[in-house]
Design a protein around this ligand. Structure first.
Ligand SMILES: N[C@@H](CCC(=O)N[C@@H](CSCc1ccc([N+](=O)[O-])cc1)C(=O)NCC(=O)O)C(=O)O
Length: 215
């Protein structure tokens, strides 16, 4: 059955891979599943047709026959469960890889999003200068812990998994801040993810959407 995902008609970052459809594209490329993309405008995302798919009016969504999903964690897990290549076969290793999906989204991503939003939405507030370093240090605290756990390994737990795909995707959001470069082992970990042929195909596909728009 055809897989269809939704993505920004025009991504605010100009297609630099920060929009979350990139994670789903990456997962589909890793397991070799072809997919279609329905591009949606900011306005269309808030209209009934899309809200039926995504109650919060966001992208990405995932459709396959009767199934419609939202939330990149759920979509990546669904893909990883049904196609080989993103989760180990051994039960305990599989459970640990799934743990890292949740850790990426629930523990590492929140302070990173708080920093991004603080910069984007609070820079004009009188208390912004005082608050920003506090928020940035919360990110550093998590990166300290993560880099200690990763140590000199290539991936978080054995071979590359959906847990690494999600963790690298979350850390990529930090690149513009420069904080990732303070942790060379994590910067190298992210670079290993970006060097994967599947990631390159996913990145190029979402960039092409935005590049074509500018032509
Ligand atoms: N928890 C959801 C979050 C989905 C989400 O945040 N979607 C964003 C796009 S990816 C987040 C994003 C957007 C833009 C950039 N950028 O740098 O341009 C980076 C990330 C969205 O639809 N935003 C529009 C809205 O909420 O109205 C998930 O993981 O799927």
């Amino acid at each position: 059955m055809t897989i269809t995902i939704t993505a920004f008609e025009r991504s605010p970052d100009g297609g630099k891979g920060l929009a979350r459809d990139t994670r789903v594209r990456w997962a589909l490329e890793e397991v070799g599943q072809p997919y279609e993309v329905r591009l949606v405008s900011f306005q269309a995302m808030k209209e009934p047709a899309h809200l039926t798919l995504h109650p919060f009016g966001q992208i990405p969504t995932y459709e396959e026959g009767e199934l419609a999903l939202f939330e990149t964690g759920a979509i990546v897990f669904h893909i990883a469960e049904r196609h080989a290549g993103l989760l180990p076969d051994e039960a305990n290793a599989r459970a640990r890889a799934i743990t890292w999906i949740f850790a990426a989204l629930n523990t590492v991503e929140p302070p990173i999003l708080e920093l991004a939003n603080a910069k984007l939405l609070e820079s004009d507030k009188p208390w912004s200068k005082e608050r920003l370093p506090v928020v940035a240090d919360r990110v550093r605290a998590r990166l300290d812990q993560l880099s200690r756990r990763l140590d000199d390994a290539d991936w978080l737990d054995g071979g590359f998994s959906a847990g690494d795909l999600m963790m690298v995707s979350v850390l990529l959001r930090l690149k513009p801040s420069g904080i990732l470069d303070e942790y060379p082992s994590l910067a190298a970990y992210v670079a290993r993810g970006e060097a994967r042929p599947a990631y390159k195909r996913a990145f190029a596909a979402q960039l092409a959407v935005n590049t074509n728009k500018e032509n």
